[in-house]
Design a protein around this ligand. Sequence first.
Ligand SMILES: *C/C=C(C)/C=C/C=C(C)/C=C/C1=C(C)CCCC1(C)C
Length: 242
Amino acid sequence: MFLEFLKIPVGDPVAITFFMGYIAMFAASIFFFIERGSVDGKWKLSLLVSGLITFIAAVHYYYMKDFYVVTGENPTALRYIDWTLTVPLMCVEFYLLTKAAGAKTDLLWKLIGASVLMLVAGFIGEAFSDGSTAHSVKWGVISTVGYVYILYTAWYGEVANLAAGSGNDAVKSGVRALAWFVLVGWAIYPIGYMCMPGGWLNTSLGWDSTNVDLFYNIADAINKIGFGLVVYSIATSSSKEA
Ligand SMILES: *C/C=C(C)/C=C/C=C(C)/C=C/C1=C(C)CCCC1(C)C
């Protein structure tokens, strides 16, 4: 059968979402790279970054799906390598969108710093877990500090203020849309994290650790492709205006 040929265990939603994530990221990359040709010059870099985010993810999904299918375990290291490359690139998107309104590179570094804190703490929480709730919660909370910083910046801090003062409606509504992704789409990740051994959902609801990847896979597709599409729609609507 088709799915057996691809070595995807039928009826394993985690494996299926790894496979679908891979295809979706790949297709999205082709789309962003090609559409880069049809937007105004000042948007080309943003579209390139959108395509790089999904392309880097596609490469990692290619390996993560095999890792999962062969070992049945969470590809934690690959996952965090992927995020360590792609989340800072999402910070670059915020920076590029607000640059014309006066964003300085220190804004970019603050966002990248917060994402490194978020990801390093999350990695320690998962990769060095002793199965205890104390470990999971401690590193989860530290990670959340970085997350909240990015969230705050996008909604009320520098990014929000710069967008408000940009005088460009497409940038204003686009930055607001990205802020919604950070609020709702990114919030799916901590839910997945809490499914690991010792995690709150693991101990309270009995959700097991395979759910970690299910949540991460769904969240990645929403956020990485969604972010790119928002940037694409800002680029096309303000290319038309010009
Ligand atoms: C493309 C990948 C993205 C947008 C990844 C985002 C990841 C997060 C927002 C992860 C957040 C976490 C917490 C807020 C606490 C628990 C540990 C993490 C790393 C899962």
